[in-house]
Design a protein around this ligand. Structure first.
Ligand code: XMP
Length: 512
C-alpha cells in the first residue's frame, strides 16, 4: 500500500504548528510538519496535496527571520498562510507588511467581505483568536481582502492562484468555526483525499515492518502504557513470535499492574511477553537512597541490565521496538533554544546507544490520540489504551525520601483509593494524571480515642494536553472528601491527606 500524499505544514516556529497538523489529521487527511528550511527537492518529492504555512514569533522584516524556498509559492498546489505564514506570503508575493500601531493578541471580531472561497458560509462578524504584532498594509497583486478586524487586514485570497491567508489562528479552539475554515481549505479547495484511517495505517505498517525485519528477531520493552503496547502489537502482527516483549516488574508498579498488563497483552493481543520480576533486586539497590536523580539512575541501570539479559537469552536479536511518537521526532524550528534538562527521564527511549540494535519505531508518524485509535482498532484493552501516563521510575518518584517496602505499601494503597474515586466520579479520562504522593512528614492526629503520629499523603491531579504544562485540577469537594476519608480509613500509617494546588510551571507534575 502506498503512503498517502500529505498536506504539508511548513513550520516557521509557531507555537500552534503541531495543532495545525493534528486538525488536518482529524479530517482523516495525512499531514506532516517540515521545518521552513526544508530543501525544495525534498518537498517536491513528498508530493503534497496542499501546503499550509504556520505562524511564528518573528517579524518577516527582521534580520534572519525564518524563511522558505520561494519556489514553493509556484508549486501549483493550494496554499494557506496562517499569521506569520500570511505575512511571509504577502511579503514574498509583492505586498507590504509593517509593524502595527496596535498589536493584536487575543480575541478579535472578524468582518468577512464576500466574495470569498475560504470564508464562505461563515457568520460575520466571527470571533477569532489573534496573536501578531505585524500586519499587511499592501495586499500583493492578484489578491483581495476577504476579512478585516478593527485594526488590520485579517484575510486575503487569490482564488485563481489557489492562495489563501489569514492573520488569525483557525487551528485553535478559541476561533469560532476555525475547524470549518481548515476543512474548507483542505477538503473543498484542495480536495485532499481523506484516506488516513487507522486501518490503512495498520496494514501499511505491518507490511513495512515485515519487510524491514525479514527473518530476524526483535525485542520490545513494555512499560504498561499505551505507546509501547501499540508498538509491540503492530510488530507482533508483522513477525509473530519472533518478537519478544519484556515487561519488568521493578517493584515500583501500581497495585495489580504487573499481573493485569501481562495478562491483557498475552490473552487479548497474543503477544509473547516475558514478565521479569526484579523487584527484590531493585528495591535492595534503592535502600537508603533519597536523592531523586540517584533513584532514577539506579532504576534505569537495572532496567538496562534486565534488557541485556533477555536479549542474550533470546539470542540473535537484531531489532529493538520503540514507541517513539511524532511530537518527539518533528524537527521543529526551535525558537526556545535547547530545552533544559529538568529531570532525567528514564523510559524505553532512554536505552544507551551502545546496545547494538537497529530500531523499529512504528509510531513515529502518530500523535497520541492516533496511537489510541490504532490501539482500539488492534483490539487492545481499554484499561491500557486510556491509561493515564505513568513514569518509568514508577512509585519511586512518588515517595519523597527513602523507598522502603512499608512506604511503598502506603503510597500504593493510597494511589488505588485516588484512582478508584476518580474513576467512580467519571473523571479518569478527563485528567492527564491523578495519583498519590507519600511525604516524609509525620503529624499528630486523633483516631477513635487515641492520638496518632503518622504519615501524610499528597493528592495530585492535573489537566494537560501534553505534560509540558499542566493546570491543577479543580476536583469537586465531594470527590476530595471521599479520597481523603478513603485513604485515612484504608491505608494504615496515614493520618493526613493534603491536596496539591500547584500548576506546571512552576511545579512539575511528579514530585521528584
Ligand atoms: P514532570 O514531572 O517532569 O513530568 O512534570 C511530565 C510528564 O512526564 C512523566 N514522567 C516520566 N515519564 N519516565 C517517563 O516515562 C520518567 O522518568 C518520567 N518522569 C516524569 C510524568 O508522569 C508526566 O506525565
Amino acid at each position: 500500500m502506498e503512503q498517502p500524499r500529505p498536506v504539508v505544514v511548513i513550520d516557521f516556529g509557531g507555537q500552534y504548528t503541531q495543532l495545525i497538523a493534528r486538525r488536518v489529521r482529524e479530517m482523516n487527511v495525512y499531514s506532516v510538519i517540515v521545518p521552513c528550511h526544508v530543501r525544495f527537492d525534498d518537498l517536491v518529492r513528498m508530493s503534497p496535496q496542499a501546503i499550509i504555512f504556520s505562524g511564528g514569533p518573528a517579524s518577516v522584516y527582521a534580520p534572519a527571520s525564518p524563511t522558505s524556498d520561494e519556489r514553493v509559492l509556484r508549486l501549483g498546489v493550494p496554499l494557506l498562510g496562517i499569521c506569520y505564514g500570511l505575512q511571509w506570503m504577502a511579503a514574498k508575493l509583492g505586498g507590504k507588511v509593517e509593524r502595527a500601531d496596535r498589536r493584536e493578541y487575543g480575541f478579535a471580531q472578524l468582518e468577512v467581505s464576500p466574495p470569498t472561497e475560504l470564508l464562505a458560509d461563515l457568520p460575520s462578524p466571527l470571533r477569532v483568536w489573534n496573536s501578531h504584532g505585524d500586519h499587511v498594509t499592501e495586499v500583493p497583486p492578484g489578491f483581495r481582502v476577504t476579512g478585516r478586524t478593527e485594526n488590520a487586514v485579517s484575510a486575503i485570497e487569490n482564488s485563481a492562484a489557489r492562495m489563501y491567508a489569514v492573520e488569525f489562528h483557525p487551528e485553535v479552539r478559541h476561533t469560532d468555526r476555525g475547524c470549518d475554515i481548515l476543512r474548507r481549505f483542505v477538503l473543498d479547495i484542495a480536495k485532499a483525499k481523506p484516506n488516513w484511517f487507522p486501518q490503512s495505517f495498520i496494514e501499511e505498517t505491518v507490511e513495512r515492518v515485515r519487510e524491514q525485519v525479514g527473518d530476524a528477531r526483535a525485542l520490545c520493552a513494555l512499560s504498561g502504557g499505551v505507546d509501547s503496547a501499540v508498538a509491540a502489537t503492530l510488530v507482533g502482527r508483522a513477525i509473530g513470535d519472533r518478537l519478544t516483549c519484556v515487561f519488568v516488574n521493578n517493584g515500583l508498579l501500581r497495585k495489580n499492574e504487573f499481573e493485569q498488563v501481562t495478562r491483557s497483552l498475552q490473552d487479548r493481543v497474543k503477544l509473547r511477553v516475558c514478565a521479569v520480576d526484579r523487584s527484590d533486586r531493585c528495591l535492595a539497590r534503592l535502600r537508603g537512597v533519597v536523592d531523586p536523580e540517584q533513584k532514577r539512575k539506579i532504576i534505569g541501570e537495572e532496567f538496562i541490565r534486565v534488557f541485556e539479559d533477555e536479549a542474550r537469552a533470546v539470542g540473535d536479536v537484531e531489532f529493538l521496538v520503540q514507541g517513539t511518537l511524532y511530537p518527539d521526532v518533528i524537527e521543529s524550528v526551535s525558537v526556545r533554544g535547547p530545552a533544559a534538562t529538568i529531570k532525567s527521564h528514564h523510559n524505553v527511549g532512554g536505552l544507551p546507544a551502545n546496545l547494538k540494535f537497529r530500531l523499529i519505531e512504528p509510531l513515529r508518524e502518530l500523535f497520541k490520540d492516533e496511537v489510541r485509535a490504532v490501539g482500539r482498532e488492534l483490539g487492545l484493552d481499554g484499561a491500557i489504551l486510556n491509561r493515564q501516563p505513568f513514569p518509568g521510575p514508577g512509585l519511586a518518584v512518588r515517595i519523597v525520601g527513602e523507598v522502603t517496602e512499608e512506604r511503598l505499601r502506603m503510597v500504593r494503597e493510597a494511589d488505588a483509593v485516588v484512582l478508584e474515586e476518580v474513576r467512580a466520579a467519571g473523571l479518569y479520562d478527563r485528567l492527564w494524571q491523578s495519583f498519590a504522593v507519600l511525604l516524609p512528614v509525620s503529624s499528630v492526629g486523633v483516631m477513635g480515642d487515641s492520638r496518632t503520629y503518622a504519615s501524610t499523603i499528597a493528592v495530585r491531579a492535573v489537566e494537560s494536553d501534553d505534560g509540558m504544562t499542566a493546570d491543577w485540577a479543580k476536583l469537586p469537594a465531594g470527590v476530595l472528601e471521599r479520597i481523603s476519608t478513603g485513604i485515612v480509613n484504608k491505608v494504615e500509617g496515614v493520618n493526613r491527606v493534603v491536596f496539591d494546588i500547584t500548576s506546571k510551571p512552576p511545579g512539575t507534575i511528579e514530585w521528584e
